[in-house]
Design a protein around this ligand. Structure first.
Ligand SMILES: *Cc1c(COP(=O)(O)O)cnc(C)c1O
Length: 362
């Protein structure tokens, strides 16, 4: 597969080649059923096996406690920006948001539309290059929940430690770092993630939700907006994006085959270090956006000495098969998204290109 590129897209992102090839093999005739999974009823036992298997495997890999469910919900992570406040911002309570980047701010703005909100901490003043410490977080009275964004896809910062807020349910958007390392799920009442970064193709948000939160779903909501609809029906109340769920199951099988999150976490640390070293050893030619202690292992953001060089860098990298490196317009520069499926060879090729480009242009 020498013509495949190293894809540094922020999402939809690179998928493991083994997963794509397995999907290709199974595409036309899934396990001798005489039909593609694309053509299979979501009520068929083959699909039921896939969706329940995906839930079980995600719980196993992430060490999710017994009293949680895994749900598959359409509308992406952005849909969760709405569902979380619609279900839990009730009874005069106040939703607390920690605003550490663009998606965190989008989540907050959706909360504002639903009910009273409070910004418990924000890193906007410093261009979202850090994560607040526990004592910088000031919760309101009567909090409905506290919402965090574990990895800031656009700015390239990541929470290195999760806090607990006592009885206050902690909700986390983990779209861009779920399954990249071990986490203590019990600190969270609800975790959600758009699938298209670390879990599979676009089309669903994966939601890991504690049973008491399922029970607290707001019963005044229409059926498709309540969490308990999905929990009671194993995410099969209506037709789910079945092919996406199938692909997620294949990705989870791949993670398990690698040896699980212990192995993956070390791989991700190594991969990111290759690129951060290239930044740090560049005599200031490349400037990282995030403060060092908050650097994301998933999205690596940096700038060259000027915007023309940023553009030239991205264009020349593209010519040698390093795709998708353009930074987000809010930050500029370069962003290398190195999710689980990016092989270390991609990071090494990028680091070498960075050194060569610097020599030629400084
Ligand atoms: C990509 C992303 C989103 C948006 O996901 P959609 O599935 O496109 O709605 C939300 N939050 C974070 C942290 C993301 O990285």
């Amino acid at each position: 597969m020498s013509d495949r590129k190293f894809i540094f897209n922020p999402g939809p992102a690179m998928l493991p080649l083994e997963v794509l090839e397995r999907a290709q093999t199974e595409m036309v005739n899934y396990k001798g059923s005489g039909m593609s999974i694309l053509e299979t009823s979501h009520r068929h036992k083959n699909f039921e096996e896939i969706i329940l298997g995906a839930e079980a495997l995600l719980k196993e890999l992430l060490n999710v406690p017994e009293n949680y469910r895994v749900l598959f919900i359409g509308m992406g992570a952005t849909g969760q920006f709405d569902m979380v406040p619609m279900n839990y911002l009730v009874d005069g309570k106040i939703a607390n948001y920690i605003v550490t980047g663009s998606f965190a701010n989008k989540a907050y703005k959706e909360g504002v539309k639903v009910g009273p909100t409070h910004v418990a901490a924000s890193t906007a003043d410093t261009g979202h290059n850090s994560i607040p410490s526990k004592d910088q977080i000031k919760l309101s009275e009567n909090p409905a929940y506290v919402h965090i964004t574990s990895n800031n896809t656009i700015f390239g910062t990541q929470w290195k430690e999760f806090y607990s807020f006592g009885d206050v349910p902690q909700v986390a958007d983990m779209s861009s770092d779920i399954l990249s390392k071990k986490i203590d799920v019990s600190k969270f009442a609800l975790i959600y993630a758009g699938a298209q970064k670390n879990l599979g193709p676009a089309g669903v948000a994966v939601v890991i939700i504690r049973n008491d939160m399922i029970e607290k779903s707001n019963q005044k909501l229409p059926v498709m907006l309540k969490y308990d609809t999905y929990a009671k029906n194993n995410s099969l109340y209506n037709t789910p994006p079945s092919f996406t769920v199938y692909m997620i199951k294949l990705v989870l099988d791949w993670v398990k085959g690698l040896g699980g999150l212990d192995v993956l976490e070390k791989m991700n640390e190594k991969k990111a270090a290759v690129i951060y070293d290239a930044i740090d050893n560049s005599n200031g030619f490349y400037k990282g956006h995030a403060q060092k202690e908050f650097r994301s292992l998933m999205n690596i953001t940096y700038k060259l000495p000027n915007e023309d060089l940023d553009k030239q860098f991205v264009a020349e990298a593209g010519e040698i098969g390093l795709a998708g490196l353009k930074g987000h317009r809010e930050v500029g520069g370069v962003r290398a998204s190195v999710y689980n499926a990016m092989p270390i060879q991609g990071c090494e090729k990028l680091a070498k290109f960075m050194a060569d480009f610097r020599k030629k242009n400084s």
